[in-house]
Design a protein around this ligand. Structure first.
Ligand SMILES: Cc1cc2nc3c(=O)[nH]c(=O)nc-3n(C[C@H](O)[C@H](O)[C@H](O)COP(=O)(O)OP(=O)(O)OC[C@H]3O[C@@H](n4cnc5c(N)ncnc54)[C@H](O)[C@@H]3O)c2cc1C
Length: 600
């Protein structure tokens, strides 16, 4: 059996979510190898196709989402303060123009903004290091018309508010992250390789086999194996999860295709504050402070929405740039003229690029929902990281700047999965009478998913867990027969079992060939490999001539089955863990061992 530590933990997707997970994991598990598989290049997905507004939640009419966004932005700013654009400069501050036809009244909006300001004040009071966006008093400021009338169509504006919100220099940040990844000996970034399939327990040693192809040559590559996957492939998360049988309910989340126009601004607009026209389907202008602007115009830029398992081919075409230059030009002009109704003169910008990316929200949402301000399109309350299956975590970044929380959540779930692994080993070990490899695979596949649904798993007594597992298997049409394979303290296993008793002879004849793959498989991740099994009188402390042996919990008459084991870690004594109620230790204590490395 290959040592668990040698296998990489695999992250699918090198967007902000995947990278944040990789960095947080590398810090918390300094000896673990991490492989990131990316079908294109670092940050080439939605992460690299947005203006990187480090929002404070001002464009959500949902205080919970706003506060979450504010807190997330504070975390990012505390860790990466060098990347904020125009901090300390008046033109760096984001402005919100409440439209006369706003879907919410100016009073309601102001009340929400005051709520966000109050939360900032509270956070600064709680920890002065949170005061990263200036003083709470300067957090928002109502503008006078003369402060904006020169570059904004003032007669559309009911109320104008300047905020402490800023943009983030994403290209500079991306270059910095690439250096960090390349400098980390434990993180291996594999670009231009797409994950095409994931298989679950196809062999007896590895939970997942990950199939891939080169996106440059189109050729299939040799699969890699891993026991832990962090699926960070954004719009493809559910599709890849479905490959190992994780069901997807249509309509449980929506992928919305959105586009963003990048322009070279005319000189007179190069110092204008980033502006959001709200609340409703209006427009946004982000000033990148280097002469470039990024624009959205809601009626045009929200392009398509899909809540099925996969995005459709047309959406995929836009994402991969499979769109004619005429169509691109037509969409770009529509956006430019749409925004010019709010910011006159912007139509004289030079069009640089039209980017398409995916925004994801909960529920089944249609494009027309963009007009309903109360629709779920406008909320992002949860971070979205999910414990899907033992060894599999879904990791979407619902907002770019939630990314630090993404990393923290992934580590938290993985910590729990590592602990849960021990429970699984103990449960699987109770099924010692199974001798069909296919049955063992099915059992492991079942437990890997079943265990996720059990709350407080780590505190539940093993006997109770086993009883529940037996019940649940009993009601599973194709797996109920496995229940008869559970070892109980009153049923001596193997006593009438010809196949096993032939394999288990005596120390002198026992070889590694005598260890059935099934038994090795039942005992995964101990600190030892079983080299041979043999029978010896119960109550003795036998040796196979090489090392002390451990008693397994099965007897054959007055003889006990012993295992000779090779430690798989340098300092390991070579112990194996067994169901506590069944174990009769002889020659070696029977102790659970931890499969994960010590955390810092
Ligand atoms: C127009 C637009 C504007 C936005 N504005 C903002 C904003 O101002 N502020 C903000 O906070 N958020 C904003 N967002 C949202 C933000 O961009 C996303 O929430 C975030 O980037 C998602 O990050 P991710 O890492 O989960 O996904 P991605 O960045 O898409 O990363 C997923 C990666 O997985 C790779 N991948 C997919 N399938 C496979 C596979 N089978 N094998 C290998 N690799 C695979 C992809 O190539 C991609 O690189 C905006 C989004 C859009 C589209």
């Amino acid at each position: 059996m290959k040592s668990n530590e040698e296998k990489p933990l695999v992250i699918i997707g090198a967007g902000i979510a995947g990278v944040a997970a990789a960095l947080e994991l590398a810090e918390n598990y300094p000896t673990r190898k991490i492989t990131i598989i990316e079908r294109s290049t670092l940050f080439s997905g939605s992460t690299g196709r947005n203006p990187a507004r480090m929002g404070h939640g001002f464009h959500y009419m949902d205080l919970e989402t706003s506060i979450q966004y504010l807190r997330a932005s504070i975390e990012v700013q505390r860790r990466y303060s060098q990347f904020l654009i125009g901090f300390g400069e008046a033109t760096g501050r984001g402005r919100y123009y409440i439209h006369k036809q706003s879907k919410h009244s100016a009073e309601e909006i102001l009340e929400l903004y005051r709520g966000i300001q109050k939360e900032y004040q509270r956070l600064c009071h709680e920890d002065p290091l949170n005061q990263v966006f200036g003083t709470p008093n300067d957090f928002i400021r109502i503008l006078e018309e003369r402060e904006y009338e020169n570059h904004v169509k003032a007669d559309l504006v009911e109320l104008a508010i300047e905020t402490a919100e800023h943009l983030f220099d994403f290209p500079k940040f991306a270059a910095y992250i690439r250096v960090m990844i390349e400098a980390n000996p434990n993180i291996h970034l594999v670009e231009n390789v797409e994950v095409t399939n994931i298989q679950h327990w196809t062999d007896t040693d590895n939970r997942f086999s990950i199939e891939m192809k080169s996106t440059l040559s189109g050729h299939a590559l040799a699969p890699i194996v891993s026991d832990y996957i962090v699926n960070s492939s954004w719009e493809n998360i559910e599709f890849l999860n479905s490959k190992i049988g994780i069901p997807y309910t249509d309509g449980s989340r929506t992928n919305r295709l959105k586009c963003l126009l990048e322009v070279q601004l005319p000189v007179h607009l190069q110092n204008v504050n980033s502006s959001f026209f709200c609340m409703g389907p209006f427009c946004m202008f982000s000033n990148m402070a280097d002469g470039r602007g990024m624009l959205t115009f809601a009626d045009v830029t929200n392009f398509a929405a899909n809540s099925g398992l996969t995005i459709d081919d047309r959406m995929e075409d836009y994402l991969t740039g499979n769109i004619s230059s005429e169509e691109k030009a037509e969409i770009s002009l529509k956006i430019l003229h749409g925004v010019a109704a709010y910011i006159p003169g912007i139509e004289h910008s030079r069009i640089l690029e039209l980017h398409f990316g995916i925004v994801q929200t909960d529920g089944d949402l249609k494009l027309q929902d963009i007009h309903s301000i109360s629709s779920g399109l406008h909320t992002r309350r949860n971070i979205g990281v999910r414990d899907e299956n033992q060894g599999l975590i879904s990791n979407p970044a619902r907002k770019l700047f939630y990314f630090i929380y993404n990393g923290i959540e992934v580590v938290k779930i993985l910590d729990m999965q590592f602990e849960r692994e021990l429970k699984i080993q103990e449960l699987v070990a109770a099924f010692i009478k199974i001798r069909s490899t296919e049955d063992i695979k099915q059992l492991r596949i079942f437990i890997d998913r079943w265990i996720v649904g059990i709350e407080n798993i780590l505190t539940i007594d093993n006997e109770l867990l086993l009883a529940k597992l037996k019940d649940d298997l009993q009601s599973h049409p194709s797996l109920h027969h496995l229940v008869s394979s559970v070892m109980t303290s009153t049923s001596p296993a193997f006593t009438s079992d010809k196949q096993t008793t032939t394999a288990i002879k005596s120390p002198s004849t026992a070889t590694s060939a005598a260890v059935t793959p099934e038994i090795s498989f039942l005992y995964k991740y101990p600190e030892a490999e079983i080299e041979s099994l043999f029978l010896a009188p119960s109550g003795t402390i036998p040796s196979d001539g090489k090392r002390p042996c451990t008693a397994l919990p099965w007897e054959n008459g007055n003889q006990t089955i012993f295992a000779s084991m090779i430690p798989t870690r340098p300092n390991s004594a070579g112990s194996i863990f067994l169901p506590a109620s069944n174990s009769k230790s002889c020659g070696k204590p029977v102790q659970p061992t931890s499969p994960q490395p010590a955390r810092r």
